[in-house]
Design a protein around this ligand. Structure first.
Ligand code: DGT
Ligand code: CA
Ligand code: CA
Ligand code: ZN
Length: 574
């Protein structure tokens, strides 16, 4: 059973958490977190690399020791060290990391003081008011723990982030494609609409009569449970708790089925309603007039029958796309090819993992005109943030780099921390020397909505504020956003000529699709940035572009579809 990159990353994360809960050396902890990050953002299958005897220690942050551990995981599916750690501490302690007010240190305290070993213990202790008694905790924290444990019980939290679904789906699709007599094979559902999380995967196939696809499907090596097994429909659960439905449909109806199972449900209902008005019946078997199938082989045919232009899957949410398709005013959605550069990245000067030159080479290989290096400012001590002196030196180094090189241009930037009172973390005279700033919130996430909004508005008043980085602070299927009046922030951004970031990191995707659409409709400029901390992560641009498409963005709504000359003019504030 081939181990996937996500499995290796997950094991390393667990090791890091347990080590930290045990109060182990922080460098050791960080080594495992870095390794998890490297493996999960790797463009290739780590299992293939092991099989081909490639030297894993050439990967950034992977030394001999970790390389050996990766081999162990790939070969055995487990890591002895994790089993050992789990013997020393209760296994379920790791789950408590999902409660976002708790870090390893707090978990350690709750475990030693109250004997809390799992989510149920935690909930019970919070309900009984015991948590506020522990040093370092208060009533407020206790309330947050109560809220969060309740929310974790909701099904909504069971959704799988798209990036993880991709990693689980890829080997399955490759395997299914090798079944006999397969004519067409597509992943439909929310996956095809590129939604940031998926509930389950919906695969459609058109095959010859005697195809072995269903047999192969339920026999797939990653299948943990077969829920149902039929001739035209089967459902299984894969490792990682992801359900997959496979449907075999007739070729003449493949387009109709693809449209139906791509959804969304709201979009389907709206399309079917138009059909009814025209005396047509539309379902997964085709478009019918008086019991006769008049269309269904392709999706285009289905749309044509209801007088609609073809609607891209990302738009099919019944958010106005039907009217737009009828009136020929669908957006000309942005594509990855439109992107000319990346305006947020980090180097090893702070918490990035590669040198400036390596990042530049990687950006150039993607065909970019420019890459902004935006290392952290000093308040972000966890990331070795820079003071004015270090930033000054980096500025000089970038000037030298650009002088010595044709092709890619490195832009001088900084991810400037927005302090609690709304001032920026570095003095204006150093910020003025930069090509651009990305200003973001990293601390004091718990301010009231009013205070948080005022904090950002005040920061935006500084003429050195260019881009608002990861504007809501949420993590996909993880941490909720902080309280903030986004509409007011968007108005202010528009007035002051500030740009809103769509952070493309698949764990952030911040702004969300709807928030992107709102910004676009208000006439606010957006930028899609990867926030790459290593060369591989520049490829996350794809994830940001997909989210942007769900937000109806066209190239002109996005800053980094332009040349540096144009970007510079648009960033200029007066
Ligand atoms: P998910 O899995 O929760 O991320 O979201 P979807 O959109 O993949 O939903 P899913 O897997 O329940 O169903 C796949 C598609 O099948 C859905 O997008 C639209 C279609 N569908 C499912 N149930 C219905 C229904 O009751 N009516 C209509 N019109 N379409 C449906
Ligand atoms: Ca689905
Ligand atoms: Ca489904
Ligand atoms: Zn940041």
């Amino acid at each position: 059973m081939p181990v996937q990159n996500a499995d290796v990353a997950d094991i390393f994360e667990r090791v890091a958490n347990l080590l930290e809960i045990q109060d182990a050396n922080e460098f050791r902890v960080r080594a495992y977190r870095n390794a998890a990050r490297t493996v999960s953002s790797l463009a290739r299958d780590i299992a293939d690399m092991v099989e081909n005897d490639e030297d894993l220690s050439e990967l950034s942050g992977i030394g001999e020791d970790l390389a050996g551990k990766i081999e162990e995981i790939v070969e055995t599916g487990i890591l002895e060290q994790l089993l050992e750690l789990e013997k020393e501490l209760p296994r379920e302690l790791n789950d408590l990391m999902r409660v976002d007010t708790l870090g390893p240190k707090k978990i350690h305290a709750l475990y030693t003081e109250l004997g809390i070993e799992n989510m149920a213990d935690l909930k019970a202790a919070a309900e009984e008011g015991k948590i506020r008694e522990v040093k370092g905790f208060g009533e407020k924290t206790e309330q947050k723990i109560l809220d969060r444990t309740a929310r974790l019980e909701d099904a909504e939290d069971q959704r799988t982030p798209l990036i993880e679904a991709e990693q689980r789906a890829a080997p399955l699709m490759e395997y299914l494609a090798q079944s006999s007599g397969v004519k067409q094979l597509e992943l439909a559902g929310s996956y095809r609409r590129r939604k940031e999380t998926v509930g389950d995967l919906d695969i459609l196939a058109a095959c010859k009569q005697d195809s072995d696809i269903m047999e192969r499907f339920v026999d797939f090596e990653d299948v943990e449970e077969v829920i149902s097994h039929g001739k035209t429909k089967s459902s299984v659960v894969l490792r990682g708790d992801l359900q997959v439905d496979l449907r075999v449909v007739p070729r003449v109806a493949f387009g109709a089925a693809l449209h139906y199972f791509t959804g969304s449900k709201a979009h389907n209902i709206a399309v079917r309603k138009i059909g009814v008005q025209k005396g047509l019946k539309i379902n997964e078997y085709g478009v019918f007039k008086d019991e006769e199938r008049i269309a269904g082989e392709t999706e285009e045919e289905v749309f044509e029958q209801v007088d609609l232009l073809y609607i891209e899957p990302e738009l099919r949410e019944d958010r106005g796309e039907i009217e737009a398709a009828r009136e020929d005013r669908l957006p000309k959605l942005i594509t990855l090819d439109d992107i000319r550069g990346d305006l947020q990245s980090h180097t090893d000067e702070t918490d990035g993992r590669a040198a400036l030159e390596e990042m530049a080479d990687a950006a150039e290989a993607l065909g970019y005109d420019y890459l902004a290096v935006t290392d952290h400012s000093k308040n972000v001590t966890m990331a070795k943030g820079m003071d004015a002196g270090r930033l000054g030196k980096q500025i000089d180094a970038i000037d030298r780099f650009n002088d010595g090189r044709d092709g890619i241009r490195i832009l001088k930037g900084c991810e400037v921390d927005i302090l609690e009172d709304g001032s920026l973390d570095l003095p204006d005279d150093i910020l003025k020397r930069l090509d651009l700033t990305v200003c973001s919130i990293h601390y004091n996430r718990n301010l009231s909505r009013k205070k948080q909004t005022e904090r950002v508005l005040r920061a935006m008043d500084n003429p050195n504020f260019n881009i608002f980085g990861h504007p809501t602070g949420r993590l996909v299927a993880g941490r909720p956003p902080y309280e903030i009046d986004l509409e007011r922030i968007l108005e202010a951004a528009k007035e002051r000529g500030c740009v809103m970031e769509l952070n493309a990191h698949p764990k952030r995707l911040d702004l969300s699709d709807l928030q992107c659409k709102m910004a676009m409709e208000m006439g606010v400029m957006l930028v899609i940035s990867t926030d790459a901390h290593q060369p591989d992560e520049l490829n996350f641009m794809r994830c940001g572009v997909e989210q942007a498409r769900r937000g109806w963005l066209e190239p002109e709504n996005v800053l980094n579809t332009r040349s540096w000359d144009e970007v510079r003019k648009l960033l200029k504030r007066d």
